[in-house]
Design a protein around this ligand. Structure first.
Ligand code: 5RP
Length: 223
């Protein structure tokens, strides 16, 4: 199976977690996009969705799925999203698509976080994938120095010669070379740096269920 086929398989499997009549929290990225496409087939069963990015909102709307503002939604049964890395305890690195802050906010309102990913995302220790940190632009240099003090190598995310801006108008610093053996402590430490909006570590509130696409089928981990 190709990586895309593995992502499609977990996207379809995630439909089992969709609660009839509910509003669903929806993540960002290629796996989340496959989920949105699958969700379109059962859209009559749900009230609508809350999107974790402008891109996700556009895709949901293109499928005719109602998109709710999070300020109008008090609770959701599930938030369904991909990950860049996940451990066997449900801690994740996210933010490869620069949507980490809105992802964390939407996920915080959901009762269950369902992570959907191809099996290559399962790791023993987080950190081989550069850790994304969303930063207020004027704090970029000072935050980069503090991140270097934590032992990582900070690198401003750039595309086509320009700093990548998030949907919130902030920059992303990717931190290379970290071996994150205590994800909760690292999440708290980086979130405490003045100028950081969000770190892409989802450990204090990790996944509740992971659906991982393997060559022999979808493996379910419950945390
Ligand atoms: C976006 C994310 C994505 O969930 C993460 O980057 C995984 O993406 P993909 O499903 O394309 O592998 O956190 O900010």
């Amino acid at each position: 199976m190709t990586q895309d086929e593995l992502k499609q398989a977990v996207a379809r499997a995630a439909l089992d977690y969709v609660v009839d009549g509910d509003i669903i929290g929806v993540g960002t990225g290629s796996t989340a996009n496959f989920f949105i496409d699958a969700l379109a087939g059962v859209k009559h069963r749900i009230k609508g969705a809350v999107a974790s990015s402008e891109g996700t909102a556009e895709r949901l709307l293109a499928h005719g799925i109602t998109v709710f503002d999070l300020n109008d939604v008090a609770s959701m049964s599930v938030y369904i999203d991909g990950a860049d890395e996940i451990t066997d305890t449900g801690a994740m690195i996210k933010g490869g698509g620069a949507a980490l802050t809105r992802e964390k906010i939407v996920a915080s309102v959901a009762t269950k976080f369902i992570c959907i990913a191809d099996g290559s995302k399962l790791v023993d220790v987080l950190g081989a994938f550069p850790l994304p940190v969303e930063v207020i632009p004027m704090a970029q240099a000072v935050v980069a120095r503090k991140l270097a003090e934590l032992g990582g190598t900070p690198r401003l995310r750039v595309k086509d010669g320009r700093a990548v801006l998030t949907d919130n108008g902030n920059v992303i610093i990717d931190v290379l070379g970290l071996q994150i053996t205590d994800p909760v402590a690292t999440e708290l430490a980086i979130n405490a740096i003045v100028g950081v909006v969000t770190v892409g570590l989802f450990a204090a509130r990790g996944a509740d269920v992971a659906l991982l696409g393997m060559a022999d089928g979808v493996r379910t981990l419950v945390f």
